[in-house]
Design a protein around this ligand. Structure first.
Ligand code: NDP
Length: 483
């Protein structure tokens, strides 16, 4: 692991104006490092450097951009295990999941390397004779990226890769909880032959550095992933400046378990999507809407599955669920246990902090039954290893419950009925619908995003990403007659 702990501005690593400690959530005695915090002047310098660098990068052409992105992606895939351990150490997901995340992040870069080559426009005949029209996609300019800690490399990768592929410059504010991952990704980008200032990584708190970045009039577009309250504030700042914006936020993803499903498969998918990544995924299955005919059998098996997970140190062999990311996140999770009980939900397992050999933020996978859709646990994103079962008597009731949410990121159905699966696919109000699959787990070459409070602005990923990272220009040309 690198010893570097700084910020990267205008092609140079530097110390910040302040510092923060980065500790391992599996073992709080493990100090990973003391990382830089930028001040306002350093952030402004990063934005100015990006502005200067962007035209040269666009002018360098598609082959250059392809080659740089391909090199970044290839190195990330080759070093997935090593960098995956950095993620595991500072974020707390098991090392194998960290490795998978870095490999996937590499795939975003290699995918968008090809998209850079594929940036094709349209030709049209004008309604006026003698005029030709072409429609091209140009870079938007300087893109501000604000990313969360739960996928500290994959989320920035799926934003940075298209930003660079389409000729933009980047100012990235990573989450303060995961600075080592940010440094690792930045080191790979920084070693490429790119203009100084094209890519900048500015560590600092969201309230100070993040807020100043999204309020800047020198930023042309903002891509954010994180919580709804912060997203609301960022949207307001963006609209005040007429800055283009794209946001992915929380969700309360439902998984419908129908009476005709493969019950064991339903239990496996429910458990993995509810508790994988310690439940800290925007795609986690947090509302399990179960048909009464299979309810009791499903719940019994789900509790067994939840209790069978090995919860422990993220770098320990065999760990399936690591710690919660931070002390405050754990405190919030435990508050929700009290809230659920007070509202009358039945706690079937978990609900407690776990002791392990090291002092970490471990929490037992938790299942609540007899919950109502209007309970806070079923309305608010908890980002916790907590899932809530609701009982229904029909598919129609299940669908209505699933759609009764302000969110709409992913949604799944477990059924052997083609008609129910097709109806669900057409009528579920969500950005991604899954049939006989977990709610978590998506591909890298197709769009990702949601509806309602889950997303705002154009989709991320796949060729749809061009909508956000480019500006469309329509050119009219009257060539005239040759002499
Ligand atoms: P936040 O939304 O606070 O953080 C996401 C990113 O935004 C971080 O980089 C953060 O910086 C930054 N940020 C915070 N405030 C501002 C601001 N005013 N202006 C600009 N940027 C800002 O989420 P948290 O990490 O605090 O997590 C809190 C909750 O959010 C979780 O419990 C979960 O419910 C939800 N969440 C959802 C995610 C999702 O993918 N759906 C991802 C992460 C969180 P910094 O953290 O460094 O201060």
């Amino acid at each position: 692991m690198t010893e570097r702990t700084g910020i990267y501005i205008d092609g140079t690593w530097s110390n910040g104006a302040g510092q923060i400690e980065n500790r391992n959530p599996s073992d709080t005695s493990d100090l990973i490092g003391v990382y830089a915090q930028a001040d306002a002047a350093q952030l402004d310098a990063a934005i100015a450097a990006a502005r200067r660098a962007q035209p040269g990068w666009w002018a360098a052409g598609v082959q250059k951009r392809h080659d740089v992105l391909m090199a970044i992606g290839t190195e990330m895939m080759a070093r997935a295990e090593e960098i995956g351990r950095i993620i595991a150490r500072e974020e707390g997901k098991p090392a194998a999941e960290g490795k998978g995340e870095v490999y996937r992040a590499g795939q975003f870069f290699t995918y968008f390397a090809a998209e850079a080559l594929r940036n094709q426009g349209d030709l049209a005949e004008s309604v006026r004779p003698g005029i030709e029209i072409d429609v091209r996609r140009e870079p938007v300019g300087v893109v501000a990226i604000v990313s969360p800690w739960n996928f500290p490399i994959a989320t920035p990768a799926w934003k940075i890769a298209p930003a660079l592929a389409f000729g933009n410059a980047v100012v990235w504010k990573p989450a303060n909880l995961t600075p080592a991952s940010a440094v690792a990704l930045t080191e790979i980008i920084a070693k490429q032959d790119i203009p100084a200032g094209l890519f900048n990584m500015v560590l600092g708190s969201g309230r100070a550095v993040g807020q100043r970045l999204v309020e800047s009039r020198d930023v042309d577009a903002i891509s954010f992933t994180g919580s709804v309250p912060v997203g609301r504030g960022i949207a307001a700042a963006a609209i005040a400046n007429m800055t283009k914006i794209q946001m992915e936020m929380g969700s309360k993803n439902p998984l419908l378990v129908m009476d005709d499903c493969d019950l064991d498969l339903a239990v496996a998918h429910a458990a993995n999507s509810a508790f994988g990544g310690t439940g800290q995924k925007c795609t986690a299955a947090s509302r399990l809407i179960v048909h009464s005919a299979v309810h009791d059998a499903f719940v019994e098996k789900l509790v067994k599955a939840a209790q069978a997970f090995k919860v422990g140190h993220a770098l320990e062999e065999g760990t399936q669920i690591g710690p919660v990311v931070s002390e405050s996140q754990l405190a919030q999770n435990l508050d929700y246990i009290g809230i659920g009980r007070a509202e009358g939900a039945e706690l079937l397992c978990g609900g407690t902090r776990l002791d392990r050999a090291t002092d970490g933020y471990f929490m037992a996978p938790t299942v609540f039954a007899n919950t109502r859709n209007d309970m806070r646990m079923n309305r608010e994103e908890m980002f916790a290893p907590i899932t809530c079962v609701q009982k229904v008597d029909s598919y129609a009731e299940a669908l209505a419950r699933a759609n009764d949410s302000e969110f709409g990121l992913t949604a799944g159905i477990m059924t052997r009925s083609l008609s129910r699966a097709s109806h669900f696919r057409a009528n579920m109000r969500a950005g991604c619908v899954m049939v006989n699959l977990p709610t978590a787990g998506t591909d890298y070459h197709v769009p990702f995003g949601g509806r309602g409070a889950s997303s705002y602005g154009p989709r991320e990923q796949g060729r749809y990403a061009a909508e956000f990272y480019t500006a469309v220009k329509t050119a009219y040309v009257a060539a005239g007659a040759p002499e």
